[in-house]
Structure formats: C-alpha cells, structure tokens
Design a protein around this ligand. Structure first.
Ligand code: FMN
Length: 317
C-alpha cells in the first residue's frame, strides 16, 4: 500500500508476523517515460532491503505505455525479479487522469493494443507478468468487456479487486461479478478486497477453491497478525502489538530521518491498528486512539501511546 507498506514496514512485519505470508507486493513503483524508476521507489526493490533479509517480494509497477512496461520488465528481471505486477486498480484522481491505475480500464481496445505489444516482446517469456485490476471505472459490468481482453494474453495471474474506481475503498466488493470472472478467466485468478478476519478469508477460499492467491491490504495493516491467525489461529497480544510498534518506529528510522515525519507515519498506522483495541472495561477505545492521531508533537504522541498501553487491551474477536 503506497506510503504505508514501504520496505521498512515490510521488514518489521516480516520479522514478527511473517507466518502465513507467501509474498509481499511492493507499493506501486512509478515508471518514467525516460525509462527510469523514481529514486525513492528504487529503495523498495534493493536486495539489501528484501532478499538479503529473507523477504520475498513482487515489484508492482505503474505504467501505461508498452515500451515503459517492457523496459520495466527487463530492468526488474536484470535485478533478479522473475515476477512483476502491473497496477490497473489505483483509483486516485491524479493517477486516473493520466490514464494509469484504474484509468487504464476506460478503453478495453487500448488495453488490447497495449498488451499485444507487451506480449510480443520476448521478455514476457522470461518473467511472469501479472495484473491487479478493478472491475471498471463506473460500472462493474465494464469487466465483461475487460476480462475477454485479459483472456487473450498469458498473464501469470489476474488479481481482481472487485470494486469500481468510483467506489474508491468503500462499499462492498461485487462478488457476483467476481464469481463470473473467476469462472471465465483463462488465467489464474487472485482475489483482493475486504479480508479483515479469518472468516472472510475462509469464506472466499471455500467458495473459490481454485484461487491462485489472496491478497490482503488494509486488513493486514489493521491486524498485523491476520495471516498468522488465518494459518495458525493465534491472535495478536497487546505485548506483540507494542513490540511491533516499537520495531516499526526503529525500522522507519532507516529511511526517514526527522522524528516528526516518523510520528506522522506512526499516526497513520495507529489509524489502522486502533481497531484492535478496547478500553480495559471493554468499551470503545476511540478516545485514546484519537489522542494519538491528534498529538501535535513527539512528547504528546509518546504520552498518548503510553496511555493506550496502560488503559487498553486487545478486543476479543
Ligand atoms: C492508502 C492505500 C494505498 C494503497 N496503495 C496501493 C498500491 O500501491 N498498490 C496496490 O495494488 N494497491 C494499493 N492499495 C489498494 C489495496 O492494495 C487493496 O487493493 C484495497 O485496499 C482493497 O483491498 P483490502 O480491503 O484488502 O485493503 C492501496 C490502498 C490504500 C488504502
């Protein structure tokens, strides 16, 4: 997730909660027309931030021109990656207006031309190339025109987040259209969207037993132990959450030098993990989380965090 699950986050997460996770995807890497990857994004894929630490990643790229995609596949392949994912789901206005992310879904004929050129290149026989897509821009039935285009090409996987762009991250995934896509895709299908509890994961994998992969975004940030819970059953403890928060703070120091900036990142994390907690008496812990989110300086932040550890506990599921 852009801005959140950067390599510092993934390292901290992997060291404490890697159980049950096969692979981490990078947030999208912007590919420039002059054939380069943004300097900041490069740090996401350096071996010393990933494979040297035993972490398997799949780089995700954001690009909408065949030559940019071909360049990125070659470049990432040379850097040792054998699987690369293309983002066709990002709903953010500045991305969509450039016809990138979910903006690529607007004209299926253009997608056909784009992928014809990409798959004409021999690099696609050397690396696995997958896409992550939404159902469309405005109407989920747009996918009835998009899937047949994707079916014309041998993607290693089509990961479907069954929402349309206008929903952003709200509303419910369209499981009817997903089911149609699952049944009609000639490529392996992955599922993404609203997996917040082991029951959500189990429901999806029981209904769609041939899924190639389940990708989890916000649910894993909100509950760092979610994959472990799914695979082994052990839920997170307050001590573990505390350990994770501490590890994350020191991990962010590798990349972010100003304490204030680290605090902003941590506040964002608390927005997600705050939902794990209740007050000791079992009532809503929101007032404590709010104090963290609105703290104006480091000492306020630290006091607010201490007060959470002192007065809150993990909510029973
Ligand atoms: C802040 C934020 C940043 C995101 N960045 C990315 C990204 O870089 N690449 C991507 O494929 N999806 C990104 N997503 C989308 C999630 O990966 C996921 O598709 C979406 O949130 C639905 O799945 P979930 O319910 O498991 O989160 C982002 C979502 C959020 C909220």
């Amino acid at each position: 997730m852009e801005g959140i699950t950067i390599y510092c986050y993934r390292n901290a997460h992997h060291s404490l909660f890697g159980e049950g996770i096969d692979v981490y995807y990078t947030p999208f890497l912007s590919i420039y027309k002059q054939h380069s990857i943004k300097k900041r994004d490069m740090r996401e894929i350096l071996p010393e931030h990933n494979s040297d630490r035993g972490i398997r990643i799949i780089p995700q790229i954001m690009a909408n021109e065949a030559d940019e995609i071909i360049w990125a596949l070659n470049d990432l392949h040379l850097r040792g990656y054998d699987e690369i994912n293309l983002n066709m789901g990002c709903p953010v206005g500045t991305v969509v207006s450039k016809h990138k992310g979910s903006g690529m879904l607007e004209v299926p004929d253009r997608l056909y031309e784009l992928f014809s050129r990409v798959f004409d290149d021999k690099i696609t026989s050397e690396v696995k190339f997958s896409v992550k897509t939404r159902l469309g821009l405005n109407d989920p039935h747009e996918f009835e025109q998009i899937l047949p285009v994707l079916n014309k090409f041998p993607f290693s996987e089509v990961i479907i987040h069954p929402r349309v762009r206008t929903q952003m991250y709200k509303g419910v995934p369209d499981m009817e259209l997903f089911e149609w896509a699952y049944e009609n895709s000639t490529n392996p299908v992955g599922y993404n969207g609203n997996i917040f509890k082991p029951e959500d994961f189990n429901r999806i994998t029981e209904k769609f037993p041939n899924l190639y992969e389940v990708m989890i975004g916000r649910g894993l940030v909100a509950n760092p132990a979610l994959a472990r819970e799914i695979s082994a059953g052990d839920g997170i403890t307050l001590e573990e959450l505390k350990g994770f928060i501490e590890k994350l703070e020191s991990s962010y120091k590798e990349e972010i030098h100003a304490d204030e900036s680290i605090m902003h990142k941590m506040k964002e994390i608390w927005f997600y993990v705050g939902g794990l907690l209740v007050k000791d008496d079992g009532s809503d812990a929101e007032s404590y989380i709010h104090k963290i989110r609105t703290s104006k300086n480091i000492s306020e932040y630290r006091n607010a965090v201490r007060s959470v550890y002192k007065n809150c506990r993990i909510k029973e599921q």
